[in-house]
Design a protein around this ligand. Structure first.
Ligand code: ADP
Ligand code: MG
Length: 250
């Protein structure tokens, strides 16, 4: 995508992390010093609209902690996360809920589907909080399930679906609100290589067709190699941030 630089009001930066620190304080017994885990120790980068970023790094390097902060599921100990220029700290609960529910899609390794609900009801969930009619929600959820190739599985519950199908339901749920950003934490971690590749191809289609930014955590080199940009974390710091050289490009 070619973004016009400095087009007033049309800033390409979607998400910004500035000196983000996250320290977990583990519950200590009375009189003992609390144990601190320095999960992130000062992380800064920007994600543009339509970016496709892989976040890599060994287990414990802070990847999930970072993704939770980018998705406003958690707050930094110090530092700033801005979504569309707005400091997430300045948002009240209603604004945060609207951000998480409407502007950001989440996909997790273990799918996080509600087991008692059908695929259709799982996908409708993010729409329940929106001003839309029952019929409209149903139409949109059916459309989303169709777009991930599950039109014939809408009445199935998660246990009646394969892992790959469950992840596709989770993707439909993440995308049903048509968010500008998708955050995925090891989305292929529970899938075999072929199915994982299919799931990534699906995310990439939404990235291409809708210009949706994708930030995906992975420890699989094959998955990371598909992204346009690769950020490597080590011990809570950015070790490298490299953009793939597109032939003939910049
Ligand atoms: P990754 O996703 O790269 O494996 P995490 O972000 O999950 O890494 O974890 C980074 C560090 O923070 C690890 O040392 C982990 O043990 C610790 N950690 C993660 N979540 C918590 C938590 N809720 N409470 C305490 N420590 C945590
Ligand atoms: Mg993790």
């Amino acid at each position: 995508m070619s973004d016009p630089p400095d087009a007033g009001g049309d800033v390409p930066v979607l998400l910004e992390a500035r000196d983000v620190v996250r320290t977990y304080r583990l519950g200590s017994r009375r009189g003992e010093d609390p144990v601190e885990v320095h999960a992130l120790r000062g992380v800064s980068f920007e994600v543009d609209r339509g970016d496709y970023v892989a976040i890599v790094g060994s287990s414990g390097s802070g990847k999930s902690t970072l993704l939770n902060l980018l998705g406003a599921l958690d707050r930094p100990t110090t530092g700033v996360v801005r979504y569309d220029g707005q400091d997430v700290r300045s948002m009240d609960d209603r604004e945060l809920a609207a951000l998480r529910n409407g502007s950001i899609g989440f996909v997790f390794q273990s799918f996080h589907l509600l087991p008692r609900l059908t695929a259709l009801d799982n996908v409708q969930l993010p729409l329940v909080y929106r001003a839309s009619t029952v019929k409209e929600r149903r139409v949109r959820a059916l459309d989303a399930l169709g777009s991930v190739g599950l039109a014939d599985r809408v009445d199935h519950r998660p246990t009646e679906l394969s892992g790959g199908q469950q992840q596709r339901v989770a993707i439909a749920r993440a995308l049903v609100t048509e968010p500008p950003l998708l955050l995925a934490d090891e989305p292929t971690g529970n899938l075999d290589t072929t199915t994982g590749g299919e799931v990534m191809a699906l995310l990439e289609r939404f990235h291409r067709e809708r210009g949706m930014a994708v930030v995906v955590i992975t420890h699989e080199p094959d998955i990371a190699a598909r992204a346009d940009r690769r950020i490597e974390l080590r011990d809570g710091l950015v070790l490298s941030d490299t953009r793939r050289d597109v032939g003939g490009g910049r």
